[in-house]
Design a protein around this ligand. Structure first.
Ligand SMILES: *Cc1c(COP(=O)(O)O)cnc(C)c1O
Length: 429
């Protein structure tokens, strides 16, 4: 396939936008080559500026669970736009979306809408701190909770030490309040809690991780985490920006059978428009302004276009819960297909999957945390990514990202994808 115009547009973009993109992973840095500029999309397919058609396994990083340009969502947005795009005043549709979300998700009474997943997680932590009167938080190495300062802290010096910022611009002062644990390692959490007795406001986690590939929590880990948090008066925050309204109607809480104290959302809840949200029980949400003292606000929060897209999307998912089953079956079919091709060619691999989230890791050892995920052979991944792209398959351009299937993908598309791997597998080694 030819990606000439994309390359030209990228060169032009780099003159005016840092790195040519408005979000770093789009730039293809970890796989090399130029990113693809998209013209339009419909269903499972992206159409780029060179006229290529690509099968999309990213779905805008998750939101488009029913495929691109899904009619009920598009119609709702168009209808709403004609009535005005923003008022900075309350609108009825905010309550409609709030009511629907609260009815779908276990264990939440109230929800506050924001404009991104970053904002949702940032606000959730402020609320947790305001509610508990404690400063420190625990996060897990390899989990992503948006780009606000407190979360840009990674591993490096082990789980029991203070985190150090992994971006310039994040102060040591901020970093010292973020403690780092290892995913699927309850011991690492217990050690931190013991060393910071009575100082921890919240543990924040991706209940099924998707930002170091797809990583599934062990049953004992996630149950143990719930138990410790309850015992130690620490709020358990589930970052469901990725898993919410994707793994099931009620998200990871429902799928894993665990109740969180605060839940954050993004991606699917906005149906492809910028929406984030955080939610909790009445007692905790009552601490939020204007009801309580914890401040949080947004000029465009609850924007009518964004709300209408979210409402149309959640209404579909609420009325047709079989979509989750259908997606899981397709993802499982893809898993089996990719796995058998890789095995046939003797390529070491681990494929992790839950629901419609899946990732392929070129490594011999099970991928259960950031360290094991980082062991993946990036040279294999690069060749795999480009080999598939050449055949019109758009995978996440980084080994640390989960794929997000959308329900517009057909079994024909999946067969084509598996065949494409067959064509490229012998070049991987
Ligand atoms: C995408 C993501 C975020 C950040 O959401 P943005 O809308 O990109 O700010 C936070 N947490 C998780 C788990 C995510 O996948």
């Amino acid at each position: 396939m030819i990606y000439k115009r994309s390359s030209a547009l990228f060169a032009e973009a780099k003159k005016f936008i840092p790195g040519g993109v408005n979000s770093p992973v789009r730039a293809f840095k970890s796989v090399g080559g130029d990113p693809i500029f998209v013209e339009k999309a419909k269903g499972a397919y992206l159409y780029d500026v060179d006229g290529n058609r690509l099968i999309d396994y990213i779905s805008s990083w998750g939101p488009l669970i029913l495929g691109h340009a899904y009619e009920p969502v598009i119609d709702a947005v168009i209808k709403k736009a004609k009535l005005g795009t923003s008022f900075g005043m309350p609108t009825e549709i905010e309550t409609e979306l709030a009511q629907l979300a609260v009815s779908m998700v276990p264990n939440i009474d109230k929800i506050r809408f924001v404009n991104s997943g970053t904002e949702a997680c940032m606000s959730a932590i402020r609320l947790a701190r305001g509610y508990t009167g404690k400063d420190k938080i625990i996060k897990f190495a390899g989990c992503y909770h948006g780009h606000s300062d407190s979360f840009l802290i990674q591993a490096g010096s082990g789980a029991v030490t203070f985190g150090s910022p992994n971006s310039p611009g994040v102060t040591q002062g901020t970093a010292k309040d973020t403690l780092l644990a290892e995913y699927n390692d309850l011991e690492s959490v217990m050690t931190l809690i013991a060393a910071n007795k009575g100082e921890i406001a919240a543990v924040i986690i991706e209940p099924v991780a998707g930002n170091m590939g797809c990583i599934i929590p062990s049953d004992s880990f996630i149950k143990g985490l719930r138990k410790i948090c309850t015992e130690e008066n620490i709020l358990l925050v589930f970052d469901e920006v990725m898993t919410g309204f994707r793994l099931s109607r009620g998200g990871a809480q429902e799928t894993l059978g665990i109740d969180a104290d605060i839940v954050t959302f993004g991606k699917v809840i906005g149906g492809g428009l910028p929406v984030g949200a955080f939610a909790s029980r009445d007692e905790i949400m009552a601490h939020l302004a204007p009801e309580g003292p914890v401040y949080q606000a947004g000029t465009l929060s609850g924007n009518p276009l964004a709300m209408s897209a979210g409402l149309a999307m959640l209404t579909e998912l609420n009325n047709k819960p079989e979509i989750f089953e259908s997606l899981a079956k397709k993802t499982s079919y893809l898993h089996d297909g990719l796995s058998s091709v890789l095995s046939e060619h003797g390529i070491p691999n681990q494929i992790n999957r839950m629901g419609s989230m899946i990732s392929v890791h070129f490594t011999e050892t099970p991928v259960i945390d950031f360290t094991s995920s980082a062991k993946g052979n990036n040279e294999f991944f690069r060749k795999y990514f480009h080999g598939m792209l050449e055949q019109g398959i758009y995978l996440p351009p980084s080994a640390f990202e989960s794929y997000f299937l959308n329900d517009a993908i057909t079994y024909e598309d999946l067969d084509y994808t598996i065949e494409a791997l067959q064509n490229t597998a012998s070049d991987l080694k």
